[in-house]
Unconditional design. Structure first.
Length: 291
């Protein structure tokens, strides 16, 4: 079944790449006037750190706005379309190089995908501020327990590559919710890392699970932006190619890290994401943003 997941991702990537290249070639005479080099640097940097679990959307948005490379009106589409291929590459590689229980992987990937499809209508009715506050506190609590275990204040942790029984049920249910939360703009990477650690699995296992979850979601969402032309084509291509290259560099960095160092990185990512959740929860919302 791991092979089936891998092949499915390759097929998705091929289909998505066909849609993207066809659309860019169709509009090559009217491509946007943006800096290829600025966008290339942005794409490389954010995707390198994306592999570490930090996420690409938030820093990429900030960099694009600071350098004035993309209009806000097409920012969501540009972010999604740009990062689809790098995320697919992440998932394809990590599913192959990191051992993970097949049943756990497949069920969690399916749960996130179904969550994004079925949960979107429900999640969209919830106050985004409340979601961010809950996620911020949940991540902060998880970070505390991670730190306590690393300091041997609490005995525990784990190195399991899969789950069974009630833990598997919890993992599937929570990943369903995390998939749904992506429709509200809540990133999946850090919460998935926290979930994996809390259930006693090895931090390494989080990488194929979180990347696979996003890889199955993003091509379909991005295809809609392509069909509507709601993205910056030149910026997308300029960022996506170096972004894919950055993934290959970062993969070697991650897989060569000792487990203790990887746990530290995961801890820092969770703390960073928790801080961002709190910051976004208390910022003044715009008229178009749900409160």
């Amino acid at each position: 079944m791991i092979t089936a997941v891998w092949v499915s991702l390759v097929i998705l990537g091929t289909w998505f790449l066909f849609l993207l290249v066809r659309d860019v070639l169709k509009h090559k005479a009217v491509l946007e006037k943006v800096s290829i080099w600025k966008n290339a640097l942005i794409g490389f940097v954010v995707n390198f750190f994306d592999v570490l679990g930090i996420g690409a959307f938030a820093p990429q948005t900030a960099l694009l706005k600071f350098t004035k490379q993309t209009d806000d009106s097409v920012m969501p589409g540009t972010l999604n379309v740009t990062n689809t291929i790098p995320v697919l590459i992440q998932a394809i590689i990590f599913i192959q190089i990191i051992e993970v229980d097949v049943l756990t992987l497949v069920l969690m990937l399916a749960a996130a995908t179904v969550g994004a499809i079925l949960g979107a209508s429900f999640i969209s009715t919830l106050p985004v501020k409340s979601i961010r506050l809950i996620m911020g506190f949940a991540l902060l609590i998880t970070a505390f327990f991670m730190f306590a275990r690393q300091m041997d204040w609490i005995k525990g942790g784990g190195d399991a590559i899969g789950l069974t029984g009630y833990k598997l049920v919890i993992a599937v249910a929570v990943n369903f919710v995390l998939g749904a939360l992506m429709t509200a703009g809540i990133g999946l990477y850090a919460p998935c890392m926290a979930l994996v650690f809390a259930l006693g699995m090895s931090p390494k296992v989080a990488f194929p699970i979180m990347m696979g979850s996003c890889a199955f979601l993003m091509p379909f969402a991005s295809a809609k932006f392509i069909q509507k032309g709601a993205y910056n084509r030149k910026a997308t291509i300029s960022m996506a190619i170096p972004g894919a290259i950055a993934v290959l560099f970062a993969v070697y960095f991650v897989k060569s890290l000792p487990l203790d160092q990887l746990k530290t990185i995961v801890l820092l990512v969770i703390l960073y994401t928790s801080a961002i959740m709190f910051k976004d929860a208390f910022k003044k919302t715009s008229k178009n943003e749900p409160s």
